[in-house]
Design a protein around this ligand. Structure first.
Ligand code: B12
Ligand code: SF4
Length: 373
């Protein structure tokens, strides 16, 4: 039996930030256990995908029309088509063909108790320029209103045992990998857990690897930064989200602009050039809150790497419910590409304005100004 794992869209090795799809590497050995003896392969080439007996597809919201199109072709050819991921977990009714798999594939109580990722699922050509991801936990204890993490993991946070994390890092070290992205929703959630992990990374000599990670402003302290430096974290990114405390409250971010600025200053004092992301267009956004966000970016100009995204209501979030109440969209004819998160190439004609206090032109103008900064 031939089983294909696929992820529309894109696996573009030419992209600067190209990271091999970690989720596929995690899913592959779990499926191998469920289908002993099957030939399991990864492909994004449609003909190759459709040549398999079973197609396991991971689908993002903005690629949902592509997922449904692939599903139609698979079913027409008599193939089994199964789709998983955050979109179908939140909105299984939007899958037109095949079967929806909802939630994590691992045991929900012990998401770390599955085999190590299978990186050999990817052809050699994809490895040459790739970055590699490790996750040392799943879920997040916070509930930001634009994020689906808490609904996907039922509001729970699962730190993985140190042994498991070290095994994943060691696996990549044996492959000669020298750069790892720790893509936990919140890598620095717990300082004592971080300390045990860092102690092991250092004692096992795995701190020659360059790490990048995501943090939250209120989890950054001298103690945490000393640990990040000891393990050789060279890049740290966090969601500052807005330069307006009012907007941060509406987003339920549970942090403040002052804390965000302190986090940036502390990261700078340790020699980092922090990446911070901002979302604009949340309900309640106005020209005045946009100006505050602009000022925040301008204040940190040259020292940091700000990224700005027009907010999108992703399924499984508070914002999705807000959006559906506001616009009552017909999900049977919904254009899913309208949920694109690519700020610079966004099709504004399709954009769903969520704030009554600003216009799409205000947001466009902001994006143009921010990208010229
Ligand atoms: C790392 C990451 C990235 C990285 C790397 C992606 C990569 N190549 O691996 C980068 C930065 C490149 C990226 C890009 C994008 N990402 Co991203 N990313 C993530 C992140 C943080 C982790 C994904 C991951 O590896 N998780 C670990 C794996 C093991 O878990 P998983 O993917 O959820 O899969 C589990 C289950 O869902 C299930 N499952 C998943 N698929 C399938 C399929 C089948 C058949 C079955 C049975 C089960 C199953 O089993 C898995 C194990 O339990 C998630 C947020 C998160 N914490 O999950 C966002 C997330 C997946 N990304 C998201 C988005 C939107 C994007 C972009 C579209 C953004 C953009 N426009 O640039 C692109 C698309 C990239 C692409 N071509 O696929 C959204 C998707 C939301 C949605 N509703 O679709 C998420 C959920 C973040 C968010 N809440 O906004 N991303
Ligand atoms: S945005 Fe970050 S801090 Fe907020 S709920 Fe999502 S993962 Fe957690």
């Amino acid at each position: 039996m031939r089983i294909c794992l696929t992820l529309p869209f894109a696996c573009d090795p030419k992209a600067a930030s190209f990271a091999l799809p970690y989720g596929i590497a995690v899913i592959a050995p779990i499926l191998q256990k469920q289908h002993p003896g099957a030939d399991i392969f990864f492909s994004t080439n449609e003909n190759e995908v459709l040549s398999a007996d079973i197609i396991y597809c991971s689908g993002m919201s903005e690629a949902w029309d592509i997922v449904n199109d692939l599903g139609r072709k698979a079913i027409e050819r008599g193939k089994k088509f199964v789709v998983g991921g955050q979109h179908v977990t939140a909105l299984p009714q939007t899958l037109r063909y095949g079967e929806a798999f909802r939630g994590p594939l691992e045991n929900f109580e012990q998401p770390w108790a599955n085999p190590l990722p299978d990186w050999s699922i990817f052809p050699t050509s994809l490895h040459s320029n790739a970055k590699y991801i490790v996750m040392s936990s799943r879920g997040c204890p916070f509930k930001c209103r634009f994020c689906s993490s808490s609904s996907f993991w039922s509001g729970r946070y699962f730190p993985f045992p140190t042994n498991r994390v070290i095994a994943e890092i060691r696996q990549l070290a044996h492959m000669g990998v020298k750069e790892i992205i720790l893509f936990d929703d919140l890598f620095t959630a717990n300082a004592s857990r971080l300390r045990s992990l860092v102690e092991r990374i250092v004692s096992e000599g795995l701190n020659y690897i360059r790490y990048s990670c995501l943090v939250r402003a209120d989890t950054i302290s001298n103690e945490v930064l000393d640990l990040l430096q000891a393990m050789n974290v060279v890049n740290a990114a966090f969601g500052a989200e807005s330069g307006s405390d009012i907007m941060l409250r509406v987003m339920n971010k549970q942090t403040t602009c002052d804390k965000n600025q302190k986090c940036i200053d502390l990261l700078l004092s340790y020699g980092y050039s922090p990446v911070f992301s901002m979302v604009i267009g949340f309900p309640g956004e106005s020209r005045s809150t946009l100006q505050q966000t602009f000022d925040f970016i301008a204040h940190n100009k040259g020292k940091c790497l700000p990224e700005v995204y027009p907010v999108q209501p992703l399924p499984g979030t508070w914002l999705w419910d807000y959006f559906t109440n506001k616009y009552n969209p017909d999900l049977n004819s919904f254009d899913w590409s309208s949920l694109s998160l690519r700020g610079n190439t966004l099709d504004w004609e399709k954009y769903h304005l969520l704030s009554d206090s600003c216009t799409i032109d205000d947001l466009r103008e902001f994006m143009a100004l921010a990208s010229s900064k």
